[in-house]
Design a protein around this ligand. Structure first.
Ligand SMILES: [Zn+2]
Length: 94
């Protein structure tokens, strides 16, 4: 393959290992096909509400919310309590 001579103009997807022209992969080294598959599997996991992807997503989401609550507390917003109540309800829902 003549393009292999140039070598450095290609990079490999970290998931499927396929060769792509440099610049095609995401910053995390994932090709568009795998990125799409991952997004789809995450979406499926979230809908089914089970599995490691969902558990990880839920933990990240909770952590993000807790951080946001902390930030809002520091800002001293009056509507915080109402807002926090809503978040807690949402956490029960997930
Ligand atoms: Zn790939």
């Amino acid at each position: 393959m003549p393009e292999d001579i140039l070598g450095q103009d290609y990079e490999y997807c970290r998931y499927c290992g396929k060769k792509y022209p440099r610049g095609t992969l995401s910053s995390r080294g994932v090709c568009p096909d795998c990125a799409f598959t991952r997004i789809r599997s995450v979406a499926q996991a979230l809908m089914q509400k089970e599995g490691p992807i969902y558990e990880r997503w839920k933990e990240n989401w909770k952590r993000g919310m807790e951080r946001a609550i902390k930030r809002k507390k520091e800002e001293g917003k009056k509507w915080l309590e109402k807002w926090e109540e809503g978040i807690k309800k949402a956490m029960k829902w997930i």
